[in-house]
Design a protein around this ligand. Structure first.
Ligand code: FAD
Length: 393
């Protein structure tokens, strides 16, 4: 491991690796990325559902999506790794009148920004996702340009590309402290020795608060457990078998029942699904709570009746990395010179990693990022006015 570097990145998830790749593209390669686990992408990045969508309520998030999804569509050519990108769309089912009004406003904003989103009747929604039950649904927001991709492929593509240009990636190495010299970054302490550096980037996802604490910077990111379950037909085989025709989508369309937050998409022969638990409290525990499954299946069977004949083959839990306004922190801290954060994406970070890494790399290399970062500024939490992201699922 190098013991001096121009930049140390803490965290080898999609954010840290995207930033490393974009820095390397700009010729900044005296960089060490430090990851505590034996493998990259085993934090939130390795636990996520792979969804990528333009359908956000905040213009800054829509901008991140437009840029990131364009890069994902071209990822193999630009970065050199396949990412299994399927553009089968996102369908938000909306039942409450008040939410319909909000969605229509958001659709107008998304359309104004050039995104092809439409409001569909329940009958039109059913044609896109065969097998869904639309009882109580008033309509659906549909964007055919949304989709799903492989989070591991994206992260490994960025990591390998950065390494090829000279960035050092060290695994099984934990950052244990940061030494300051007169409010400036001076050194990063790790379980394998110290690295003298003027710049640290906090890309530690749900653990970002702890990294901030090492240098006295408040990073308001809280971990929140979220489950994912995989189900196949109870009597075996795949949902692609002829008997499920019309009862289960064949495409990888991602369907979200907005009010319950139940969502699903096809994953190989099975179905991946999940739902937020309003009773979940912040914490790092990622044990699967099997007692939560009945709550999810109750909604699942209502919205996708074929689920009454499903068996859950496996499940896992990971951590959302929540900020108070559900928007990320991207940029420098005003308290400590040389301390940057790219974290707190609040459960929608995978899809924003390509653009977020590009923007921060521009900021750190003195280029104009051509992006108004004020909604994501570190010090916004001390300001009185907040206007965050509403479409958190
Ligand atoms: C169940 C679930 C479903 C999701 N679905 C989606 C989705 O469909 N679409 C989407 O866009 N997003 C989704 N997300 C959110 C997405 O996964 C995250 O926003 C994103 O992965 C955050 O990436 P990251 O690099 O910031 O964090 P992480 O991937 O957690 O990376 C942080 C890394 O920092 C390392 N680290 C922490 N502390 C230290 C230390 N002291 N020293 C060294 N290393 C350290 C960790 O080991 C970890 O590898 C989902 C998340 C979950 C949990």
């Amino acid at each position: 491991m190098r013991h001096t570097a121009d930049i140390v990145i803490v965290g080898g998830g999609c954010m840290g690796c995207s930033l490393a790749w974009h820095l390397a593209q700009r010729g900044v390669t005296n960089v060490v990325l430090v990851e505590r686990e034996a493998q990259l992408a085993t934090g939130s990045t390795g636990k996520n559902a792979g969804g990528v969508r333009h359908q956000f309520s905040h213009p800054a998030n829509i901008r991140l999506s437009i840029e990131s999804i364009a890069m994902m569509a071209d990822f193999e050519a630009r970065v050199g790794t396949p990412i299994d990108f399927h553009r089968d769309g996102y369908l938000f089912l909306v039942s409450k009148t008040a939410n319909v009004a909000t969605f229509l406003r958001n659709i107008a904003l998304q359309q104004e920004m050039g995104v092809g989103v439409q409001w569909l009747s329940p009958r039109e929604a059913a044609a896109i996702a065969p097998g869904i039950d639309l009882e109580g649904v008033r309509g659906a927001a549909w964007c055919a340009a949304d989709g799903v991709a492989d989070p591991n492929g994206v992260t490994m593509g960025f990591a390998k590309g950065a390494q090829a240009r000279g960035v050092e990636i060290v695994r099984e190495t934990e950052v244990t402290g940061i030494r300051l010299d007169h409010h400036r970054i001076a050194e990063v302490q790790t379980s394998r020795g110290n690295i003298s550096t003027p710049v640290v980037v906090n890309a530690a996802g749900p653990w970002a608060k702890a990294i901030g604490r090492y240098c006295g910077v408040d990073v308001p990111v809280e971990p929140e457990r979220r489950h994912i379950f995989i189900a196949t037909p109870e009597r075996g085989g795949s949902w692609d078998a002829p008997e499920w025709e019309g009862r289960m989508p064949r495409s990888k369309v991602l369907v979200i029942d907005f009010e319950s937050t139940f969502y699903f998409h096809r994953e190989g022969p099975g179905l991946l699904f999940g739902m937020g638990d309003p009773d979940e409290t912040p914490g790092f525990d990622i044990t699967v709570r099997w007692d939560f499954l009945p709550k999810v299946t109750e909604v699942a069977v209502r919205r996708l009746p074929a689920m009454a004949e499903a068996a859950v083959s496996h499940a896992w839990a990971g951590l959302y990395e929540m900020t108070p306004d559900h928007n990320p922190i991207i940029g420098p801290s005003s308290d400590v010179q040389g301390f940057y954060t790219i974290a707190g994406f609040s459960g929608h970070g995978f899809q924003h990693a390509p653009a977020a890494g590009r923007i921060l790399a521009d900021v750190m290399t003195g280029r104009d990022p051509k992006f108004d970062l004020s909604p994501f500024a570190h010090d916004r939490f001390t300001a009185a006015a907040r206007s965050g992201e509403l479409n958190v699922v």
